[in-house]
Design a protein around this ligand. Structure first.
Ligand code: PEP
Length: 256
């Protein structure tokens, strides 16, 4: 399984800024191997990014994958403001981030909704990255592993046998966008736990499932984190907004 380094741009970058970024970024990763790269721009830039990435692929440039930051589970209907899996498939979106902590905590997404989205993504051939992670308060109360276990068991309910099509991102809420990353030891403890949990629920069918770490990853801390055995890549927010910083994170991962 290759490492996955994924960019979550959140609500940043217009179409013009997306194309500018890709024009700088794609040539820089031309020669890279070993690492799978994914970029998740906002919905409005998906179409343009998809066309640009497709052209790069045809020119023999690096195969950078496209991701969406969210998705509704129904194919169509009266769901104002939502985006369906069919709409993402049409744009050749490869990945979808599901259950990001900002969706859970700022938009009130619950485990049951997140589960429906994961199931729908798998059914439509879009690889979900299921995000899990505890708040600072939960960590201080010693609830980290139980929170993560609940989020994983319910997020994956019904797709336990489909783990080869799913990735997980451990993103402690207190580390997202704060500049404070989990230490390699803190991350390792949870990643090891997640690996054993998905191994148990999938009955060993999890060999292709990557467990990404997310939370203030940058070009300075990437190397010490990626050295940890159960860290299979990163989901990067802030540092991925700058093509040069994102590139440097990727090269740190390649060195391992
Ligand atoms: C994220 O948005 O998934 C994230 C990890 O953000 P940041 O890298 O800014 O902490």
């Amino acid at each position: 399984m290759s490492y996955l380094v994924a960019a979550n741009w959140k609500m940043n970058k217009t179409v013009g800024e997306t194309l500018e970024y890709l024009d700088l970024f794609l040539p820089s990763v031309k020669e890279l191997t070993k690492v799978e790269i994914m970029i998740a721009p906002p919905f409005t830039a998906l179409s343009s990014a998809s066309i640009r990435l497709d052209a790069a692929r045809k020119e023999g440039e690096y195969n950078v994958k496209l991701g969406a930051q969210n998705m509704f589970y129904e194919e169509k209907g009266a769901f104002t403001g939502e985006i369906s899996p069919l709409m993402l498939s049409e744009l050749e979106v490869d990945y979808v981030i599901i259950g990001h902590s900002e969706r859970r905590h700022k938009f009130g997404e619950k485990d049951s909704l997140i589960n429906k989205k994961v199931i729908s993504a798998v059914e439509h051939g879009i690889r979900p990255i299921l995000c899990v992670g505890e708040t600072l308060e939960e960590r201080e109360q010693g609830k980290t592993l139980s929170v993560v276990e609940r989020q994983i068991r319910s997020g994956l309910s019904g797709v336990e046998r489909d783990m080869i099509y799913i990735d997980i991102a451990y993103e402690p809420v207190w580390a997202i966008g704060t500049g404070v990353n989990a230490t390699p030891e803190q991350a390792q403890e949870v990643h090891r736990f997640i690996r054993s949990l998905i191994n148990e629920i999938s009955k060993g069918n999890d060999s292709k499932t990557r467990i990404l770490y997310g939370g203030s990853v940058n070009e300075k801390n990437a190397r010490e984190l990626i050295k940890e055995k159960n860290i299979d890549g990163f989901l990067v927010g802030t540092a991925s907004l700058d093509p040069e910083r994102f590139y440097r994170i990727i090269t740190e991962v390649m060195e391992v």
